[in-house]
Write a protein that binds this ligand. Structure first.
Ligand SMILES: Nc1ncnc2c1ncn2[C@@H]1O[C@H](COP(=O)(O)OP(=O)(O)O)[C@@H](O)[C@H]1O
Ligand SMILES: [Mg+2]
Length: 269
């Protein structure tokens, strides 16, 4: 289970994305980006963040450490913005803290062409978790100390917003993915990563999600049943046929679209 800390100061909102995360200081003297339970699509977004980031970490990607953070809405008492006050009120109690990477830069592929192996593994990973939020407009990748760090997986695993229609074979559209043009080694990425995805491996990952964010899910008999549904879905996807896996080298690159695919779930609020 994730370590638990308590927020001591709300520093500032981050307005780049749609979910209004905040930079917060905590009682362990750390600084965190907090993703609030009361934002938009609620606690499922936090579940997607945890499962995806822990999966990424164990597959060898860099991603900031996660903790559970206790938030008292009084922390926002001096915030002039009512939207932030309301968000904190709706998020009283436990939320998700992402270790803040000070001085990190937004990733720009033209300035920092990625290694084809890494690009292929990252595209494979995003296809596995149905992550629609890694477009060239909004890559959700940070450059920090010379490496690429993965952030913002709240829009991944989006099948969990409608469990009965979850399909482990659903195709992944890589047309908008920021690293698709560099992902020239997909077969190698597929072979290397898929063999790591076993039931034990996935069980260890879903165990990190607190019960309180899985309980009372319609159609499930308790938190453990929801954990197992994530495991079965990801296992079927990783170990089953490869119809879902994009091959960016086979299809001509699409025109850059004017909107990010990843924005759909934020725009639809
Ligand atoms: N751990 C972090 N360290 C430094 N900056 C971060 C971190 N997490 C997010 N950010 C910055 O905050 C922005 C918004 O955070 P993000 O997790 O992408 O939320 P949203 O769901 O709103 O897009 C990011 O684009 C990035 O610039
Ligand atoms: Mg984002």
């Amino acid at each position: 289970m994730l370590e638990e800390i308590t927020a001591t100061r709300y520093v500032t909102p981050l307005r780049e994305g749609g979910s209004l995360p905040g930079v917060v200081e905590a009682d362990d003297l750390g600084t965190y980006v907090v993703k609030f339970r009361g934002a938009g699509q609620g606690r499922r977004v936090l579940v997607a963040e945890i499962i995806s980031a822990e999966l990424a970490r164990r597959l060898g990607f860099r991603t900031p450490e996660l903790k559970v953070i206790e938030v008292d809405p009084q922390l926002g008492a001096r915030e002039p913005d009512e939207e932030i006050q309301d968000l904190l009120k709706a998020s009283e109690g436990h939320n998700l803290a992402v270790d803040f990477l000070p001085g990190a830069l937004g990733f720009e592929p033209l300035a920092w062409p990625p290694d084809p192996g890494l690009a292929s593994r990252l595209l494979w990973f995003d296809a596995l978790i149905h992550n629609v939020d890694r477009s060239w407009r909004n890559p959700n990748l940070l450059l920090w100390h010379g490496d690429i760090w993965l952030i913002d997986h709240g829009a991944a695993l989006w099948f969990h917003h409608n469990w009965p229609t979850a399909d482990p074979q659903r195709g992944f559209d890589a047309g908008d993915h920021v690293l698709a043009p560099f992902a020239t080694r997909m077969a190698e990425a597929d072979a290397g990563l898929s063999e790591m995805i076993t039931r034990d491996f996935l069980d260890g990952i879903v165990d990190e999600v607190p019960d309180e964010w899985l309980e009372d899910e319609p159609g499930f008999d308790g938190a453990q049943a929801v954990r197992q549904a994530y495991v079965e879905h990801l296992l079927a996807r990783a170990q089953g046929p490869r119809a879902w896996l994009p091959d960016p080298s086979a299809a001509p690159r699409q025109e850059r679209k004017t909107g990010s695919v990843g924005a759909f779930w934020k725009d639809s609020r």
